[in-house]
Design a protein around this ligand. Structure first.
Ligand code: UDP
Ligand code: MG
Length: 314
């Protein structure tokens, strides 16, 4: 039996050596073989250099270096596609996913009928207030509108059995949103809660704007509800305008109709125009996803690795 750890690294020169030291301490106590798969996601600092150094001293380390920054989702996909373990986990390089949880997670999988152990943080301590607020709103929205149920505060850190990993790899979509994918494929998952840890060094790679776009992508990838908005607005507007028509006709019959109402006309035109543009925008979002899916471009391109068997384009 073997456990594979996938570690996406983007400019993690300050953290990756520390992470390696900690994780090796934990792994040496586990009774299984292990494999560490570091994915260098087009880092511009010394991350790759450090990875090369540590992989020289430890045979169980594989590194994969992308030809440019493809994003964490692509890095995770490369990891899942190339992990050979019976158990597979994704972990951040910044120690926000504590390696010390691994033994407990393994035990849970061995002794119970679960296919994966996922983690969620119970607090958002150390995070900007606005970011927390939008994060909460996002989870509310996506759970309401999508068929993949997504737990608030869920992290990408989870330990999975082989069957589940194969299912994740089989979901070969170009627009990836792992939290949705994990929810969509199903399987029995145990949720482990822990307090949020702050990053040990370096800085977060996710600006507010990047996260916001990622959230919108998540909703669009796993829900068709926004696409139906136009129809709903259309129905509502038709009913309202029918009622308004009745009111106008009766007013005309009862009171006559001096010419007035320019401001209200403009208001209605602007309002309806706004809704129409919004709906076209929503359709555009789906169209652009369809466009990028149909191109079937690779998820990532590998420029260097220490394992010949790994496919360079995937
Ligand atoms: N990461 C990556 N590619 C990216 C952005 C991030 O591989 O384009 C990695 C990063 O190196 C880290 C993990 O994804 O190991 C989580 O990133 P980060 O800690 O910056 O995110 P946060 O924890 O602040 O959400
Ligand atoms: Mg982090």
């Amino acid at each position: 039996m073997k456990i594979s750890l996938i570690v996406p690294c983007f400019n993690e020169g300050k953290t990756v050596a520390l992470f390696y030291k900690e994780v090796i301490k934990v792994l040496s106590k586990i009774k299984y073989d292990y494999e560490l798969l570091f994915i260098d996601d087009g880092s511009t600092d010394n991350t790759l250099k450090i990875l090369k150094e540590i992989s020289k001293e430890n045979k169980n380390i594989k590194y994969i270096s992308f030809s440019r920054n493809f994003g964490k989702e692509a890095a995770m996909y490369a990891g899942f596609s190339n992990a050979s373990g019976d158990f597979v986990a994704v972990m951040d390089a910044d120690m926000q996913d504590p390696p010390s949880l691994l033994p407990d997670m393994l035990e849970l999988l061995e002794n119970n009928d679960y296919d994966s152990v996922a983690t969620r943080r119970v607090s958002r301590k150390g995070e900007p207030v606005i970011r927390s607020f939008f994060a909460r709103m996002f989870y509310k929205l996506i759970n309401r509108f999508s068929d993949a149920d997504i737990v608030d505060g869920a992290r990408d850190f989870r330990l999975m059995k082989r069957e589940m990993v194969d299912a994740v790899v089989a979901m070969g979509e170009a627009n990836r949103f792992s939290k949705g994918i994990f929810g969509w494929i199903g399987f029995k998952t145990y949720w482990l809660s822990y307090e949020n840890n702050e990053r040990i060094a370096g800085e977060t790679k996710w600006s507010f704007w990047k996260l916001f776009k990622y959230a919108i992508d998540g909703i669009i990838n796993f829900s068709q509800v926004p696409l139906n908005l136009a129809s709903w607005f259309g129905i509502i507007m038709t009913v309202i305008s029918f009622l308004v028509m009745l009111v106008i006709i009766f007013k005309k019959i009862l009171f006559g109709d001096p010419v007035a109402g320019w401001p209200s006309t403009i208001c209605f035109i602007l309002f309806i125009g706004g809704i129409q543009l919004f709906c076209i925008g929503v359709m555009g979002q789906y169209l652009s996803k369809t466009y990028s899916e149909t191109k079937r471009r690779p998820h990532y391109i590998i420029s260097q690795t220490n394992d010949e068997n790994i496919k360079k384009i995937g």
